[in-house]
Design a binder for this molecule. Structure first.
Ligand code: AQP
Length: 332
């Protein structure tokens, strides 16, 4: 069985983008992979998080992940800061990765925006920590949304350079698993921008905890254009908002754009949006209810994360200890 690693940041309430691009796939992968999943709180503080909220957000994301169907009995599930190996290996990788490589990362450019000088250095070296997350477990497959593909290429570059510099074949190659028709869900307000949990506009995203009325309202207000839906996917060219809604529908209905447009082509957006909202509510309402049930007992969530961290450390600690030995650190 191949080993999977993937993570989600506790930087807000998980969105439909996180669900379709990542969480839904995590659940399926449990059937035929050894899975290690984390709540990435070390990554979250690369941008400001209110200390009083971070711990609660970590619990809330953990509850959502379990509510989506990740089984902490079968998979290793923990929060990143509880396993020291991540930060230890990330430091070594900070010294392996080249500045030129990091300078090419588009996510840093997007997140730092115009005020680059004021971005944290953590945000800049985020991809090195992500490489450490994966390679501390010798994981070989990483399910991610399309937005993370570039970071995985960098993780492979780091692994190869480490192996080359220290004359070993220690870190394995990593394969990105970008799965499904909705690997990139876009904002409901701007079809050229990724749907994000930290987007300041609440109307830009569907949260996994939204109730039926909120979902219907957000979809009704989602930006579209005045044309009806086309009969085939070529007609979505130059219509990013329409393409996004069709992609979301396709992912929920387990079909593709051709299938959606065969059924809904020619329809105006108001009828299509109603059908889409119904599908969203049918998928997300049980997840929201289960998340609420789990959050009523925070002690149990903490215990699940604690036990997961022990299991994670048992895998990562010997791997990172060996990396430290290869680097030449004195062991007394
Ligand atoms: N819009 C998206 N479409 C498809 N997949 C997505 N993912 C995130 N947004 C989309 C995937 O979700 C996983 C967890 O993401 P993350 O929390 O680690 O970081 P992120 O990609 O930065 O997600 P957000 O929601 O945009 O968070 P913020 O706003 O904090 O930056 C990843 O596998 C990601 O690909």
């Amino acid at each position: 069985m191949q080993r999977i690693f993937s993570a989600i940041q506790p930087s807000g309430i998980p969105t439909l983008g996180n669900f379709l691009g990542a969480l839904r796939n995590w659940v399926k992968l449990q059937d035929d992979h050894e899975c290690i999943f984390a709540v990435a709180d070390l990554h979250a503080i690369t941008v400001w998080q209110e200390p009083a909220q971070l711990a609660q957000q970590t619990r809330e994301i953990a509850a959502s992940v379990i509510a989506c169907g990740v089984d902490p009995g079968r998979s290793v599930f923990f929060h990143q800061s509880a396993v020291r190996a991540h930060a230890q290996l990330a430091w070594i990788f900070n010294c392996v990765a080249r500045l030129g490589w990091l300078n090419r990362m588009t996510q840093f450019k997007d997140k730092a925006g115009k005020d680059r000088e004021n971005a944290s250095s953590g945000l800049y070296v985020y991809p090195n920590l992500m490489a450490a997350d994966i390679l501390a477990y010798h994981a070989t497959r990483v399910p991610v949304g399309d937005d993370q593909r570039q970071h995985l290429e960098l993780a492979n570059d780091i692994a190869q350079k480490f192996n080359h510099d220290y004359g070993v074949a220690f870190f394995p190659p990593i394969e990105a698993l970008v799965l499904g028709p909705a690997a990139r869900v876009m904002s409901l307000r701007d079809g050229t921008k990724k749907m994000s949990k930290s987007d300041p506009s609440e109307q830009s995203r569907i949260n996994l905890t939204d109730d039926a009325e909120t979902i219907a309202q957000k979809i009704r207000r989602a930006k579209t254009d005045p044309q009806p839906l086309p009969g085939d996917p070529a007609g979505l060219d130059g219509r990013p908002e329409a393409r996004n809604l069709v992609g979301i529908y396709a992912a929920l209905a387990d079909t593709d754009a051709v299938g959606v447009l065969r059924e809904h082509g020619g329809q105006g957006f108001s009828a299509f949006k109603e059908a889409l909202a119904e599908r969203l509510v049918a998928t997300l309402a049980p997840i929201a209810a289960e998340t609420r049930r789990l959050l009523a007992d925070p002690g149990t969530i903490d215990a699940i994360l604690r036990e997961g961290a022990e299991r994670a450390a048992a895998i990562a600690d010997p791997i990172v200890a060996e990396a430290e030995r290869l680097v030449g650190f004195l062991r007394t």
